[in-house]
Design a protein around this ligand. Structure first.
Ligand code: ATP
Ligand code: MG
Length: 321
């Protein structure tokens, strides 16, 4: 962390969750919220909460949904100087209802809210000048302004000896889109650390899944990636290094209450722990714990844990084989 905080750029949302399962919002349903949310915000909140230096770039409205988010990030140690408060647009929102099978229905107001009014301001420039690491969300590569800001921040941070991580979070169809595909390839080429789940390892390596994990990893290491942490849901996670080591961390046995945010909490904890100098195995333990603990809380980042909370969780929770 000596070089400066871990930075994340993207949407900040207020999330409102239906308290009953069912199909969508076609009738009145009981809901609870607002919860601070947005994948980049979840990531950076967990990074700050575990004790890493962290900073967020995003935009909220001049309303309580924005204030709830800023207060949470501040409380958890995140530098919020790069968060713009838009004077006219409201804070972005996500209404979520889980179906009985675990699928989700959403009503989003994201890019038509303050979240979409992000711009390169002096405050953004200042925080990018200080940052030592950028975490990139693959979901945002299709957004023109966020792409331009991400590319600019990544170039600045790399130039001063900083590092980049990438959560591909990309669907196959987007990888096939010429512009998003080439942006994605550019970010894979700049990334030091990748955090894929499911088929994303193969999307990043631009190989079919039939090629197998080792071939995909070899391709990524050829491209200059230095570390790959593969998220496997209830099967835990594996870190692969170019020297051939494959280090596995078992998942923790939990009862899932709200799966939103697992991947982002895993990532925030993993990046923060590695940047704090922890060895891979210890970072995996904290990251698996952060992902698992978060799914036991209702609300997207309500279960993000401090170091003490995660230590307690690790001591008191069985690990899956
Ligand atoms: P998301 O579903 O949030 O997009 P992801 O697909 O990027 O996440 P996952 O592998 O689902 O990533 O979750 C990240 C980590 O969180 C896992 O590696 C695991 O450690 C933990 N985790 C997620 N779900 C569970 C679960 N049901 N039980 C135990 N651990 C879990
Ligand atoms: Mg998942």
């Amino acid at each position: 962390d000596a070089l400066g905080p871990t930075l994340c750029i993207g949407e900040i949302l207020a999330e409102i969750v239906a308290t009953t399962t069912g199909n969508g919002f076609l009738e009145p349903v009981p809901m609870i919220g607002p919860y601070p949310s947005g994948a980049p915000a979840i990531f950076i909140d967990q990074a700050g909460r575990i004790g890493g230096a962290a900073a967020m770039v995003g935009a909220v409205g001049d309303d309580d949904f924005g204030r709830v988010n800023i207060a949470r990030l501040k409380r958890d140690g995140v530098d919020v100087s790069g968060i713009h408060t838009d004077p006219t647009l409201p804070t972005g929102t996500a209404f979520v209802r889980y179906r009985p099978d675990g699928a989700r229905d959403f009503v989003f107001n994201m890019w038509t809210s303050a979240a979409g009014a992000l711009a390169w301001t002096d405050a953004v420039d200042a925080v990018c000048t200080r940052a030592g690491h950028l975490h990139v969300m693959g979901t945002l590569l299709g957004h023109q302004t966020i792409w331009e800001m991400t590319e600019r921040a990544a170039t600045m941070i790399k130039a001063r000896g900083g590092t980049i991580s990438l959560d591909p979070n990309l669907r196959k169809e987007l990888r096939g889109d010429p512009q998003t595909g080439s942006r994605f390839a550019q970010m894979v080429g700049m990334a030091d650390l990748l955090l894929p789940s499911g088929d994303e390892l193969y999307l990043a390596a631009d190989l079919p899944p039939e090629a197998g994990e080792e071939a995909a990893l070899a391709r990524l290491f050829d491209l200059g990636v230095k570390e790959v942490a593969i998220k496997r849901g209830a099967d835990g996670a594996t870190c692969a290094l170019p020297d051939g080591s494959r280090i596995h961390g078992a998942a923790f046995a939990v009862t899932e209450l709200d799966p939103t945010g697992a991947g982002d909490c895993f990532g925030g904890a993993y990046v923060a722990c590695r940047r704090l100098g922890m060895p891979v195995q210890q970072a995996l333990t904290y990251a698996n714990a952060a992902g698992a603990r978060n799914v036991t809380f209702r609300g997207p980042m309500e279960g993000a844990g401090t170091r003490t909370e995660l230590n307690d969780f690790i001591s008191n929770t069985k690990r899956l084989a």
